[in-house]
Design a protein around this ligand. Structure first.
Ligand SMILES: Cc1cc2nc3c(=O)[nH]c(=O)nc-3n(C[C@H](O)[C@H](O)[C@H](O)COP(=O)(O)O)c2cc1C
Ligand SMILES: Nc1ccn([C@@H]2O[C@H](COP(=O)(O)OP(=O)(O)O)[C@@H](O)[C@H]2O)c(=O)n1
Ligand SMILES: [Mg+2]
Length: 235
């Protein structure tokens, strides 16, 4: 996202936008003179002025020129652009604590419900996850880049769910990781986990999510809806 933003206005302009935000440009109008800006940027007045113009014409800030300078406010688009940069830095510095995966909600084979309900698993969920999951797994069809990013999960400490057996058969182990689910409209559900059963009919492109509640209901999700799954602890 931020790479697209940089293509639209360039890194020099982004640096100005960041500077304005540091001076309070997100909270409302800030008064600024081109010479002050030029000073901070170690550039000429013309350069500073040109960058402001560019940001304005791209709709990232609004300006009101007065005799001794100008009032500047960062627009919603401007804030979003900065936020994209922030997300990039978060990814750079917090890779080992959180992994962001994108995909769409999909229906599976209706087996998740059966396995989650089995007492041999349920006991462990209550013990190790701290809740009794809704019977089922919300399946997420991962986007191609997220399938690749998924492998980074192995660097996170998992909550192990042990295999077990009854009179008839054995049941395979699984690993869980804390996860937050976010919908396209920004609604979040924080107390979920992804679960990866060792024995499964799905490939790496399917992510299964469990939670104390039915996520389709809590988040108003239907098949093909976009979701972002943040895996790992940010705390
Ligand atoms: C906790 C748990 C344990 C599982 N254990 C087994 C297993 O022992 N053998 C097996 O064939 N599948 C096992 N599965 C995988 C399911 O068969 C299925 O592949 C997966 O959960 C997807 O189901 P869904 O498409 O209905 O969502 C397990 C699934 C879960 C959630
Ligand atoms: N925490 C959960 C778990 C499952 N589900 C949904 O509950 C239903 C039963 O889960 P399942 O794993 O047996 O079914 P499928 O994923 O195979 O469709 C599915 O529609 C899941 O998407 C949910 O909304 N929230
Ligand atoms: Mg499922």
């Amino acid at each position: 996202m931020s790479i697209t933003a940089a293509a639209a206005v360039g890194h020099d302009e982004l640096a100005v936008l960041k500077l304005l935000a540091l001076e309070g440009g997100l909270e409302g109008d800030v008064k600024i003179s081109c010479s002050h800006l030029a000073d901070r940027l170690d550039a000429s007045n013309q350069t500073a002025s040109r960058r402001l113009q560019r940001l304005e014409s791209e709709g990232l800030l609004e300006r009101d020129t007065v005799s001794d300078g100008q009032w500047v406010a960062i627009t919603d688009d401007g804030e979003q652009t900065l936020h994209g940069e922030y997300e990039d830095y978060r990814r750079i510095f917090e890779t080992d604590s959180e992994i962001e995966l994108d995909g769409t909600v999909t229906s599976g084979m209706g087996e998740g419900r059966h396995y989650i309900s089995l007492s041999g698993y349920m006991r462990q969920f209550e013990d190790r996850l701290g809740y009794e999951p809704f019977p089922g797994t919300l399946n997420v069809d991962l986007r191609e880049d997220s399938v690749r990013r998924r492998s980074a999960i192995t660097s996170l400490e998992p909550v192990p769910i042990d295999g077990w057996e009854d009179d008839e058969r054995t049941y395979g182990p699984a690993v869980c990781h804390r996860a937050t689910i976010e919908t396209a409209t920004g609604e979040r559900y924080e107390d979920a986990h992804i679960i990866a059963p060792e024995r499964t009919h799905h490939d790496e492109d399917q992510l299964e999510v469990i939670a104390p509640e039915k996520l389709r209901e809590e988040l108003g999700l239907e098949d093909d809806d976009h979701v972002t799954v943040y895996v790992g602890d940010r705390r």
